[in-house]
Design a protein around this ligand. Structure first.
Ligand code: BDR
Ligand code: CA
Length: 314
């Protein structure tokens, strides 16, 4: 098996953290070329630092980590400390990272990596799409070099930051519009899917039982991050949004999807960032996305538990 070459663009964030663990546990399947960070759940100064702390914890201090855009294209930055805490990783305490932050800007790393490739790069986007949008504007030729974008973002039914919008697309809807109209093969993993992937106490018990620094970090993060979603939605645990993207890359047969045209609202304040998915092709717009509809949640949690156990091996 040839490992998929991927770049992970993220804003850690508790669920981004767990997505990174999942991605780093299976190097025979995913060859992570680098991690680019963006402002989102918390400001960029924290997301880049958190990415480094997490890679060190996962034993991957060798990975290059890049800082990207500190704010969305047009709108002021909105962060989510109410969900992820002031540090973005509340619930755990990690030492200051020793591994360096790369001096190259994340946007330039994305452009260079895509242009060097023969069209086999997969981008896993776990935060607002600012870095990728700027890369597309700066070097449009990258679009032909990207095999696929798998994006956590959007909502088919209700939003989580407004009644209609999901956080990542709400934070930078203009960037999302650039990405959605770039002609790059794209898979959308929306809230409607991630809300099926609930970290119930029973599923967390299996992870806790691994009893290693990385399992303790996973559980510690979720204990903090779970409170918000459990109170708001009445879930029996927090939904693991971003890890669903990585699971899709590792195990696509856990998911069902359909092709549709997807657009994003960028003008109405009321529905800003709303993803409009033409499920029944009423607009006759050609499909620009593979829209994920369901996840096999038990299989997903078995995979995650296996990943945490693998990363815990001496
Ligand atoms: C998305 O928003 C962020 O808070 C999470 O990290 C995830 O990427 C879910 O709406
Ligand atoms: Ca995220």
């Amino acid at each position: 098996m040839v490992a998929k070459a991927i770049v992970i663009d993220c804003d850690p964030g508790a669920d981004d953290a767990i997505a990174l663990f999942l991605a780093l546990a299976f190097p025979e399947q995913l060859n992570v070329l680098g991690i680019t960070t963006v402002a989102g759940n918390v400001p960029l100064s924290l997301t880049q630092k958190n990415a480094r702390c997490l890679c060190e914890l996962a034993g991957r201090a060798d990975l290059p980590i890049y800082a990207g855009c500190p704010r969305p294209l047009l709108r002021p930055l909105i962060t989510a400390e109410d969900v992820h805490g002031k540090t973005g990783l509340d619930g755990i305490s990690l030492p200051e990272p020793q591994m360096p932050l790369q001096s190259q800007h994340a946007v330039d790393f994305l452009i260079e990596t895509c242009m060097r490739s023969t069209g086999n790069i997969t981008l896993a986007t776990l935060g607002p799409l600012t870095n990728l949008a700027v890369a597309i504007v700066k070097q449009p030729a990258i679009c032909q070099h990207i095999h696929e974008i798998v994006m956590m973002g959007g909502a088919l039914t209700q939003g989580n930051i407004t009644p209609s919008a999901e956080f990542n697309l709400y934070v930078d809807p203009h960037a999302a519009q650039i990405v959605l109209t770039a002609g790059i093969p794209l898979t959308m993993v929306s809230l409607d899917v991630t809300h099926q992937a609930i970290a119930t106490p029973e599923r967390l018990r299996a992870i806790r039982a691994i009893n290693s620094p990385i399992s303790a970090a996973t559980v510690g993060l979720l204990d903090h991050y779970g409170v918000y979603d459990m109170q708001r939605y009445g879930f029996s645990g927090p939904p693991l949004h971003d890890p669903c993207v990585i699971a899709y890359l590792l195990q696509p047969d856990f998911f069902t999807s359909y092709r549709a045209s997807v657009a994003v609202e960028t003008t109405s304040e009321l529905t800003m960032g709303r993803t409009v998915v033409d499920r029944w092709h009423v607009t006759n717009q050609p499909p620009n996305a593979n829209v994920v509809e369901s996840i096999e949640a038990d299989g997903f949690y078995q995979l995650l538990t296996q990943a945490i156990a693998k990363l815990s091996e001496p």
